[in-house]
Design a binder for this molecule. Structure first.
Ligand code: NDP
Ligand code: 2IT
Length: 443
């Protein structure tokens, strides 16, 4: 049996009931085989056996008091997967669907994503099954403080640097940073995505969405086209979706749809991004409230956002949000490019369907790496106690996305899988981490 297949089967057996983790390792290990065949030292050094086992998994109780005076208990996680090329780096997700499988898949993906950025950051991820929806600011603060009362001992500016993800934005990072500082007495860049008044970086808020559009721009350019006058379908209406929509619109495209977990809106005139920001960033409302802003817009409860015809699809909500039914609709409607804003947006079957139908597809670990890349730039600014301008960071971000595209494209081509950015990103991300692990001995 081939080495990658053997490790895949062993790992699935050893970690039962973790479907998201199984999916993530299946995608990576099945595409690495041609590369690993050419480099037998990885098997000899048991690099895959080591990589699929996180360096450390921390699971903890998070008790807090709600506004009624009742005690609530959530479960917190931090999975520190790999520190071969830098300190653990990755977001925190607060959502009721969070469990060990979800955090392990995100943490595993983060190893390769962070390596692709070309910056010195290892892979980690964390979160809790806490639902910030409908909670008061005080409840969110109480939760965040309790979460940090345990997590603080496992993180630090040179050890593990959390950031945002689903349900964790500027408000939550602020509360967590404040509590970290009280407990440790250290004013250091132990988080990224901080507010601009206390060490945050310009462009971090926009970075994932902008970076996603820069990736799609490279993909379109390879076909001799641009965003100008293209129709773009975006799922989600959170941080990634909003800034992807903003940049795509700036590039002359028309964003025709956005969604949340209740439904999607279709706006034939192109989405009004300021209205979405007002609803989601200020009011913390629902996407259907968009109808108050635009008379031609329509709202579809529980509908499939991928049924809206588009040239470019940018899934920006959550894992497995684009399945075979959605992929078939995109193909039927002539979609040219799909780039994942969310991590593992697409099921394995849907990915293959898109690729086999000639849709140019970019996986999240390449396409959404702009967020963590600017996080690494925030860390660099914090350590040197300086801040760069918006233009400077945006320019670095655009270059990083171009490098990720080129490195992924070339790696795929070199191993006989031209145009397969999934394989290319996995190979390019893997090589640096694997070589660093071997050079550091049995780690
Ligand atoms: P936000 O919490 O800001 O927004 C999430 C959006 O996705 C909301 O519109 C939310 O709708 C929707 N959503 C979340 N879960 C589900 C679900 N189970 N079913 C349907 N819709 C859902 O998160 P982000 O924008 O930060 O993150 C979105 C994705 O991008 C995630 O996969 C994340 O891992 C990934 N990502 C984020 C980065 C970042 O810098 N923030 C960096 C790289 C990747 P609702 O409000 O109804 O829940
Ligand atoms: O999935 C991701 O890359 C993130 N949520 C951002 C991680 C980070 O450390 O900025």
């Amino acid at each position: 049996m081939q080495y990658t297949q053997k490790i895949l089967e062993q790992t699935i057996k050893k970690n039962p009931n973790e479907p998201e983790f199984h999916q993530a390792i299946t995608e990576i290990l099945t595409t690495l085989q041609p590369f690993i065949n050419e480099h037998p030292q990885y098997e000899k050094e048991k690099v895959l056996e080591r990589m699929v086992e996180p360096e450390r998994q921390i699971i903890f109780r998070v008790p807090w008091v709600d506004d009624k005076g009742e005690i609530q208990v959530n479960r917190g996680y931090r999975v520190q997967s790999n520190s071969a090329i830098g300190p653990y780096k990755g977001g925190l997700r607060f959502h009721p669907s969070v469990n060990l499988s979800v955090i392990k898949f995100l943490s595993f993906e983060q190893i390769f994503k962070n390596s692709l950025t070309g910056l010195p950051i290892g892979g980690g991820k964390g979160g809790a099954d806490f639902d910030p929806k409908g909670k008061s600011d005080r409840e969110v603060m109480a939760f965040c403080q309790s979460f940090i009362n345990e997590l603080y001992r496992h993180i630090g500016a040179d050890w593990d640097i959390p950031a945002g993800d689903i349900g964790v934005g500027g408000r939550e990072i602020g509360f967590m940073y404040g509590q970290y500082k009280r407990l440790t007495g250290k004013y250091e860049g132990a988080f990224t995505g901080k507010g601009l008044t206390y060490g945050g970086s310009l462009v971090r808020t926009e970075a994932t969405g902008y970076g996603l559009v820069y990736m799609a721009e490279n993909m379109l350019h390879s076909k001799g086209i641009s965003f100008e006058d293209k129709k773009v379908a975006i799922s989600g209406s959170g941080n990634v979706a909003i800034y992807a929509a903003q940049k795509a619109s700036q590039f002359g495209a028309k964003v025709v749809t956005m969604s949340d977990s209740n439904g999607y809106v279709y706006d034939p005139d192109g989405m009004d991004i300021d209205a979405i920001k007002e609803i989601k960033e200020k009011r913390r409302g629902r996407i259907k409230e968009y109808l108050e802003y635009r008379k031609n817009a329509e709202y579809f409860e529980n509908g499939l956002v991928w049924s809206v015809p588009c040239d470019i699809a940018l899934p920006c909500a959550t894992q497995n949000e684009l399945q075979e039914d959605g992929a078939k609709l995109l193909i039927k409607n002539g979609c040219i490019v799909v780039a994942e804003g969310s991590n593992m947006s697409t099921s394995l079957e849907a990915t293959h369907l898109l690729q086999n139908s000639g849709v140019f597809f970019a996986p999240g670990k390449a396409a959404n790496a702009g967020g963590v890349a600017v996080s690494a730039l925030e860390m660099a600014q914090n350590s040197s106690r300086i801040s760069w301008s918006f233009e400077e960071i945006d320019c670095k971000l655009r270059n990083i996305m171009h490098e990720i595209y080129t490195n992924s494209f070339e790696a795929a081509e070199k191993y006989g899988m031209k145009g397969n950015l999934v394989a290319g990103a996995n190979i390019a991300g893997f090589k640096k981490v694997a070589d660093a692990m071997i050079q550091q001995g049995t780690v």
